[in-house]
Design a protein around this ligand. Structure first.
Ligand code: SAM
Length: 409
């Protein structure tokens, strides 16, 4: 059994992906709470699939993190925020309140799970734009201080056979007590950076789950340990590094390189559209057509900042309607609202323009049809899918993790 804890569980994408890989993954504790919402739709969806258990908790993680039981694997998708930290007098370091990374860090520090698998948006690796790589380096430094090595990779789901061009950063960390860590540490001692490179291209968990075709010639060799930055606050103030779409951190040393995938044919948008007649409520309304055309079109116009200062706003046009012969773009929480990011497709049956249905959004994330049809308003079904992950990607990683997991550790 691989005792798993699921943070920021949403509608259960991680759990579903893990359970589809192996019955060894047992979620022994899960947490989901949508701030400032009276009705907790995502949590209700979660328990309607996985049961109303005392260990499925709908409260702010900050309030309940102290009750988390011992576990082997910690998983969760958390928001990309500003992780910068300051020295707070003699009270030690302090991250901004409400920044969820610091909650995860507290849990990792107190529970030391053998493995950690986290998901976040792709820009996490570069953010913030004024100090490239700082936030990700903070995360790596925290994991280093807590006794972990880390592999990361930005995956475009469509590269690995999925229906959506959703790019997400996956962070896989393993504790120094695991044999996986010990074997890797020993090899890095002997072969140095070459071994770190091989971990990313050949034998690491992410490399096995997402096979690599080739890599760039440029790479980053960088340190985030206490010799370079005595305190994490120094790192927060000064670290600046352009990281690539994959990397590894061992003993405070980072190696990062751009990887190119061995692509699997993606599923196309036309393959996931419902082939029965959809309700007319999904069709674009004649009265809104001008707004849709404006939103999707190119712009070069004078706009005003809130302080009254004017500026020229420019953006290119986006494809309208969306191509059915490609995987979809990324679905956002605002999917189906009148706006530039919402997908608009030509309906098979009627030839009219329409938005995607909630079931189509579930398909784009690899969830079973009607997963979120658990009593929430449609608007929330789109919202939950915009927040969720592409489930089959988790299954791919979990299959490798299942083989890597050593019950003796
Ligand atoms: C990116 S989503 C993760 C979605 C999930 N992986 C899924 O498959 O549905 C992050 C989730 O964290 C939840 N969340 C935000 N702040 C929270 C907090 N303070 N405590 C617990 N959960 C929180 C949100 O409601 C949201 O569902």
């Amino acid at each position: 059994m691989i005792k798993t804890v699921e943070l920021f569980a949403g509608v259960g994408g991680f759990r579903l992906g893990l359970e589809q890989a192996s019955s060894k993954f047992k979620t022994i504790w899960a947490n989901q709470w949508e701030p400032s919402m009276k009705k907790q739709y995502a949590f209700d969806c979660y328990i309607s699939h996985f049961g109303n258990d005392v260990n499925h908790i709908c409260k702010d993680i900050a309030e309940v993190k102290g009750t988390i039981p011992d576990h082997d694997l910690l998983v969760g998708g958390f928001p990309c925020q500003d992780y910068s930290i300051m020295k707070k007098g003699s009270l030690g370091i302090e991250g901004p309140k409400g920044v969820l990374w610091w909650q995860i860090n507290d849990i990792i520090k107190s529970k030391s799970p053998k493995y950690v698998l986290l998901e976040n948006v792709d820009r996490l690796v570069w953010s913030p734009s004024k100090q490239n790589g700082r936030d990700f380096s903070i995360i790596l430094r925290c994991l280093y201080e807590n006794g972990y090595a880390v592999e990361w990779r930005i995956i475009n789901a469509a590269d690995y056979g999925q229906a959506q061009r959703r790019r997400r950063t996956f962070i896989f960390a393993y504790h120094k007590t695991t044999s996986y860590y010990r074997d890797f540490a020993e090899q890095v001692c002997i072969n140095g950076l070459k071994q770190m490179h091989k971990c990313l291209t050949d034998y690491g968990v992410l490399a096995k789950a997402f096979p690599v075709a080739s890599h760039s010639n440029q790479f980053v060799d960088n340190w985030i340990d206490e010799l370079k930055y005595a305190e994490i606050t120094d790192l927060s103030a000064n670290q600046k590094v352009h990281l690539y779409n994959s990397g590894v951190m061992m003993n405070g040393r980072i190696y990062s390189v751009e990887l190119y995938p061995i692509q699997t044919n993606p599923i196309l948008l036309k393959d996931i559209l419902e082939n029965t007649r959809v309700s007319s409520k999904y069709y674009l309304k004649e009265k809104d057509m001008d707004k849709w055309i404006y939103e999707k079109g190119a712009k070069n116009e004078l706009r005003k900042h809130p302080n009254g200062k004017t500026y020229i706003f420019k953006e290119g046009k986006v494809q309208f309607p969306d191509s059915l012969n490609k995987p979809s773009r990324t679905i956002l929480t605002s999917e189906s609202e009148l706006g530039r990011a919402t997908h608009v497709v030509t309906d098979f049956e009627t030839g009219k323009l329409r938005v995607l249905t909630p079931v189509e959004c579930e398909r784009l994330n690899g969830f079973p049809d009607n997963w979120t049809n658990t009593g929430m308003p449609e608007r929330m079904r789109y919202f939950c899918m915009g927040n969720a992950l592409v489930v089959p990607l988790i299954t791919r990683m979990a299959k490798v993790l299942d083989k890597t997991f050593n019950a003796e550790d």
